[in-house]
Design a protein around this ligand. Structure first.
Ligand code: PSV
Ligand code: MN
Length: 426
């Protein structure tokens, strides 16, 4: 299913008056406070977040999976779904593939489809956390960290194959997330598995094309419950440094123990020029895969405050690759992704409203109360009219969720694909 521009613009008409009023009110207020509204609109409109192929079907837990009707059953349908989200939101201009879940039969055809929907290929993701049916050596006791040479070599080769496939598609980065670790004390020698992982990553790094980046993702636990080889940003940062200048740390919001100060991690990595990629989601307890901004919106704003500071003040850090990494159980995945995109852009816009000059001054004067006021002033601004204007200016929907429901997109997808389709993935 493909949405055409006319369907979207004709639904926009009914809400324009209301939008104009609220936008004018906000723009006046912001201008009076010294903000450059046009500049903010441009930055917000340009902010694009990749959608992972595995977020388009319903996720599951080890207790079960409830399929969502009309799920994309093929890679083409996954790309079409991202195309739908992008047509409505104009903020999801890329798809991130996970191999081997998404191996295309015809790379050229897939590339053409993606281009026709105004999408790009974001990072390629390798998968050595599951055994595949035709696989010779198991990853049960680790992949890039494995003490079994055959498993380790197979995992290295898989990553190299993913890079080669990504080259055909026009991707420019590889994200490596490893489930490697141990579930019981004594199971692994910590130094041996770390050393093996470092050696393996270096071998993969050597095959990276000149204009590619390697993103090393970390996670404290799950699926292993005692130790994970790349457990935290420090380990990832160390490995990235051992690999070389094209290797970076990737921060996934769900991969931190409760109450970790993620904004401080972001600041540290950007100062060192090593924040390469970012996975958005939200969580209450662990890697919960919840909609971005649904649980801790203020934390997300504080994180964006550091991201904005880093993007403006750290030329040593490349522009990060943004991706939503969530796939949960009960909502329509496309609706969920549109809510996440809105929360991301909203936090970004609010962070752009932080009066950096006044904040520096208040920090210099140790006026702690004022520092907090400055942050809150930005956070409490209702930026929704700004997001609407940025979207509509780029040809998107004033209200993507409302338009999606009005146009009965899910019903049409079910009619087209059937009720009992199932997306590949977790
Ligand atoms: C692991 O929890 C993770 O965040 C990694 O990014 C994976 O590649 C992704 O989820 C999907 O399993
Ligand atoms: Mn992730």
């Amino acid at each position: 299913m493909i949405l055409n521009k006319e369907q979207i613009t004709s639904h926009n008409q009914s809400n324009f008056d209301k939008h104009d009023q609220s936008f004018d009110f906000l723009a006046n207020n912001l201008t009076n406070k010294g903000h450059d509204v046009e500049n903010i609109l441009k930055k917000v409109g340009d902010f694009q977040v990749a959608i992972p192929s595995w977020a388009l079907g319903a996720g599951g837990t080890r207790f079960g999976r409830f399929s969502f009707h009309g799920e994309p059953g093929t890679l083409e349908q996954k790309i079409e779904d991202v195309g739908l989200i992008h047509a409505l939101t104009k903020s999801a201009g890329a798809i991130s593939l996970h191999i081997p879940w998404d191996v295309p039969e015809d790379a050229e055809k897939i590339k053409a489809l993606t281009k026709s929907l105004d999408l790009k290929f974001d990072a390629m993701n390798s998968n050595t956390f599951q055994d595949q049916p035709d696989q010779k050596h198991s990853y049960k006791f680790g992949s890039l960290c494995s003490t079994d040479d055959k498993s380790r070599e197979q995992a290295i080769q898989h990553n190299i194959d993913v890079i080669r496939l990504g080259e055909k598609l026009g991707s420019k980065s590889l994200t490596v997330w490893l489930a490697d670790g141990s579930s019981f004390p004594g199971q692994n020698n910590f130094q041996t598995v770390l050393k093996n992982t470092q050696d393996s990553l270096q071998q993969i790094y050597k095959t990276l094309p000149e204009d590619w980046k390697l993103f090393i993702e970390y996670k404290p636990y799950e699926p292993n419950f005692y130790s994970t080889v790349i457990q935290d940003w420090g380990t990832s940062f160390m490995l990235a440094n051992e690999c070389g200048p094209k290797a970076y740390t990737l921060v996934d919001l769900g991969h931190h123990l409760p109450n970790t100060n993620i904004e401080q991690i972001v600041a540290t990595l950007m100062m060192k020029g090593k924040l390469g990629g970012f996975h958005f989601n939200d969580s209450k307890y662990g890697d919960d895969d919840l909609t971005v901004g649904s649980i801790k919106p203020y934390s997300l704003f504080l994180i964006f405050n550091e991201l904005v500071y880093g993007m403006e003040n750290n030329p040593q850090n490349p522009y990060p690759a943004w991706m939503i990494d969530a796939s949960h159980n009960i909502k329509d995945p496309l609706e969920d992704l549109m809510q996440s995109l809105e929360a991301i852009r909203s936090s970004y816009a609010k962070a752009l409203l932080v009066d950096q000059k006044a904040l520096r001054e208040a920090q210099k004067n140790h006026d702690v109360t004022l520092c907090q006021e400055i942050l809150q002033e930005a956070y409490l601004t209702d930026v929704r009219p700004l997001l609407e204007r940025a979207r509509v200016s780029n040809g998107g929907a004033l209200n993507p969720l409302d338009t999606y429901r009005h146009l009965e997109v899910r019903k049409k997808l079910v009619d087209e694909r059937g009720k009992h389709t199932m997306a590949t993935g977790l």
